[in-house]
Design a protein around this ligand. Structure first.
Ligand SMILES: NC(=O)C1=CN([C@@H]2O[C@H](COP(=O)(O)OP(=O)(O)OC[C@H]3O[C@@H](n4cnc5c(N)ncnc54)[C@H](OP(=O)(O)O)[C@@H]3O)[C@@H](O)[C@H]2O)C=CC1
Ligand SMILES: CC1=C(/C=C/C(C)=C/C=C/C(C)=C/C=O)C(C)(C)CCC1
Length: 315
């Protein structure tokens, strides 16, 4: 007899990875999932519903959920029939630019969404998962949860915070048969990059000195654009990795879906002092832009691909 479908709650399904994941799970030919696809603004549900097609109302329901609001989280969870088996914390926002020109309110918004939004949702589902001694919490983290990237100080800090939080929680939760999986994508071609560029073009970064502004606009932004073009993944690629994690009998604590990006994360992994990664990032961006360009082309063609697979199982 086929197992009962698992209820999967996903945050941030109005676009990108969340939308793609909700649709793929809901359209599973074996109907293994009941998807609760959530978003903070239901006015944006059109693309999700169109992509879901016949799954809408069958294996997929759409619900309002703002991860920054206790009331919204409580209301959403109370509207769900049955229990959440798998929680996917996907909702997130980016922030890029010179630190001196970014307001504290903008920084707090990133932490409220990426970190406290996730913590809020986890706190709300945890009691039922513990009672049932069953559950899986998946988190869309980032390569920036593993290593800092110039001019992404606050965003990277929010993802590092998630990594520390969930690595700590994973130990306790094993005792309750609840698994944690941090999925760490590199650049993904979604609305994420466009939203960042829109933020940047509207921002003046007051209080930032001209030299720093020039590094940001003339060195970082073109390098970042080239990186998205050379090793950017489709949301479908990331979703494939998430689905694999969800279906694993021993879910991994960490999974990096982008092997073409892994030479960059290896720079930190092979030299725990951090010196190799910081120095080479600095040299590539500030001193050897031509080498950076060549390196990105090599990453794109796969000739620098690391043979090390970060896809190892839980302890
Ligand atoms: N794209 C990339 O290069 C990478 C992205 N990531 C991570 O992937 C995740 C998904 O991003 P991606 O699909 O790329 O980008 P999108 O911008 O397409 O999707 C982000 C989603 O998060 C939602 N969201 C933002 N704030 C809230 C909130 N307060 N409550 C509920 N939902 C919210 C957005 O909703 P709304 O439409 O209302 O704003 C949107 O649905 C994020 O956590 C991001 O950090 C990780 C690595 C790389
Ligand atoms: C590492 C690195 C760079 C940029 C990396 C970027 C821009 C990564 C973006 C990752 C994203 C978008 C993650 C989202 O969560 C530079 C500046 C090219 C210099 C060389 C080293």
């Amino acid at each position: 007899m086929a197992a009962a479908p698992r209820t999967v709650l996903i945050s941030g399904c109005s676009s990108g990875i969340g939308l793609e994941l909700a649709v793929q799970l809901a359209r599973d030919p074996r109907q293994r999932y009941k998807v609760v696809a959530t978003m903070r603004d239901l006015g944006k549900k059109g693309p999700l519903e169109a992509a879901a097609g016949e799954a809408l109302g069958q294996t997929l329901t759409v619900a309002q959920l703002d991860v920054c609001s206790d009331e919204s989280v409580a209301q959403c969870l109370s509207s769900i029939q049955g229990e959440v088996d798998v929680l996917v914390n996907n909702a997130g926002v980016g922030l890029v630019g010179p630190l001196e020109g970014i307001s504290t309110a903008a920084m707090q918004n990133v932490f409220d969404t990426n970190f406290f939004g996730t913590v809020r949702l986890v706190k709300a589902v945890l009691p039922a998962m513990k009672r049932r001694r069953q559950g899986h919490i998946v988190v869309v983290s980032s390569v920036m949860g593993l290593q800092g990237v110039v001019f992404n100080d606050i965003y990277a800090a929010s993802k590092f915070a998630l990594e520390g939080f969930f690595e700590s929680l994973a130990i306790q939760l094993l005792q309750f048969n609840i698994f944690i999986s941090l999925v760490e994508p590199g650049p993904v071609i979604t609305e994420f990059e466009g939203k960042l560029l829109a933020q940047v073009s509207a921002a003046e970064f007051p209080g930032t000195d001209p030299e720093t502004l020039c590094y940001f606009r003339d060195l970082y932004l073109p390098a970042s654009r080239d990186l998205f073009r050379s090793v950017g993944q489709s949301p479908q690629d990331v979703v494939q990795a998430i689905v694999k994690v969800i279906n694993s009998s021993r879910p991994p604590l960490r999974r990096q879906p982008n092997v073409r990006y892994s030479p960059l994360t290896m720079l930190k992994a092979v030299h725990p002092s951090g010196r190799l990664y910081v120095l080479s990032s600095h040299r590539l961006l500030f001193r050897w832009p031509r080498l950076l360009n060549l390196g990105l082309r090599c990453l794109a063609c796969g000739c620098l691909r690391s043979q090390v697979s970060p896809d190892s199982p839980h302890p």
